[in-house]
Write a protein that binds this ligand. Structure first.
Ligand code: IPM
Ligand code: MN
Length: 367
């Protein structure tokens, strides 16, 4: 198959990790006789520096002409003094809006090889396998009005959802739950917020269409606690935009590092893929970044934009194999292991593990 992928490497460690993810996708294309065409474009701080805006029109055009967008990270302390609408992050929020994907899938899995990395005890994280479905185009991030009046010392943001916005993201969560352990936890603050009451009532209304899925509601504050207490109790977790932002970072604790978490945003014109971690300017350009979040994001590209489920699984298995063999970048080097590979070496190791499994499958087919 042919797949046009726009790569928006962005700021900080974005370029290093995206490079490794792209290598893995190229390996899959070569092995399977697919044609993946990559086109680079600017976003975030690098785009501000080159063109004075965090999301140039040329980038939008390239993304809309692609089958998938693979993004690295945005954010640069250099621009901290700018207002939110001019900062690198604004480019990310704009491209999310332009592409229209409203369901942001953020898996959080406890890897046995990393059980010593989490500050949580291994018996707590054991077996955790959560899929967050974060609504990505509504809530406080985009609600109007929004402003900061420096003279009067007052600022406002608006949390707003329409029923149809809740319905469309909830249906994605229900359908994913049907393919997994059939449990859906919907997160809200319905004891305080009308928006959350709408959210809860809408999810309850949809239950009838998915009789095989068990639904529970959790208030966001107690959810933050349960998530650390009994992570294995959760399967698919549905949240509005800001709650999902917060809880998905928290769930990095389950895996042991934010550097391990991938994400995919589906439902719009073109799917958007980005690791959950940020641009980590403090370690950028030193080969210290963990490319596994980006590589696992590449697996999600294959799963959700190319229907190559076997290949996606093969990448995920290669990551497990490399971790089991004890290879660690700095962020996952805790406990008894110290950092023993660079970003690039980690990418190469996953590549070799993947190549071995592809060879094995091909020889099996040949028999
Ligand atoms: C994320 C990030 C973004 C968000 C920022 C960089 C705008 O934290 O993808 O989780 O808040 O959505
Ligand atoms: Mn975040």
């Amino acid at each position: 198959m042919k797949l046009k992928i726009a790569t928006l490497a962005g700021d900080g460690i974005g370029p290093e990790v995206t490079h490794e993810a792209q290598n893995i996708l190229t390996a899959v294309a070569e092995a399977g006789g697919h044609e993946f065409v990559f086109t680079e474009a600017l976003i975030g701080g690098v785009a501000i520096t080159a063109h004075g805006t965090p999301l140039p029109q040329a980038t939008i055009d390239i993304c809309l002409d692609s089958d998938a967008v693979l993004l690295g990270a945005v954010g640069d302390n250099k621009f901290n003094a700018l207002s939110p609408d001019k900062r690198p992050e604004a480019g990310l929020l704009q491209i999310r809006q332009v592409l229209g994907g409203f369901a942001n899938l953020r898996p959080s899995v406890a890897y046995p090889a990393l059980s010593e990395n989490s500050p949580l005890r291994p018996e707590v994280t054991k077996g955790a396998d959560i899929l967050f479905v974060r609504e990505l185009l509504g809530g406080l991030y985009f609600g109007q009005p929004r402003w900061w009046n420096k003279e009067s010392g007052e600022a406002i943001n608006t949390m707003r959802y329409t029923k149809s916005e809740v319905v469309r993201v909830a249906r994605v969560a229900f359908e994913l739950a049907q393919k997994r352990r059939k449990k859906l936890t919907s997160v809200d603050k319905a004891n305080v917020l009308e928006v959350s009451q709408l959210w809860r009532a809408t999810v309850d209304e949809l239950k009838a269409d998915y009789p095989d899925v068990t639904v529970e509601h959790q208030l966001v504050d107690s959810m933050a606690m349960h998530l650390m207490n009994v992570p294995r109790n959760f399967d698919v977790v549905l949240t509005e935009n800001l709650f999902g932002d917060i809880l998905s970072d928290e769930s990095g604790i389950i895996t042991g590092s934010l550097g391990m978490l991938p994400s995919a945003t589906i439902g719009g014109t073109v799917n958007l893929y980005e690791p959950v971690h940020g641009s980590a300017p403090d370690i950028a350009g030193q080969g210290k970044a963990n490319p596994l979040g980006a590589i696992l994001t590449a697996a999600m590209v294959l799963r959700h934009s190319a229907n190559l489920e076997q290949e996606a699984k093969a990448i995920e298995a290669a990551v497990v194999k490399v971790l089991d063999a004890g290879h660690r970048t700095a962020d996952i080097a805790r406990g008894n292991t110290s950092a023993n590979v660079t970003t690039q070496q980690m990418g190469k190791l996953v590549h070799s593990a993947l190549a071995e499994s592809i060879d094995r499958q091909q020889s099996l087919h040949a028999v």
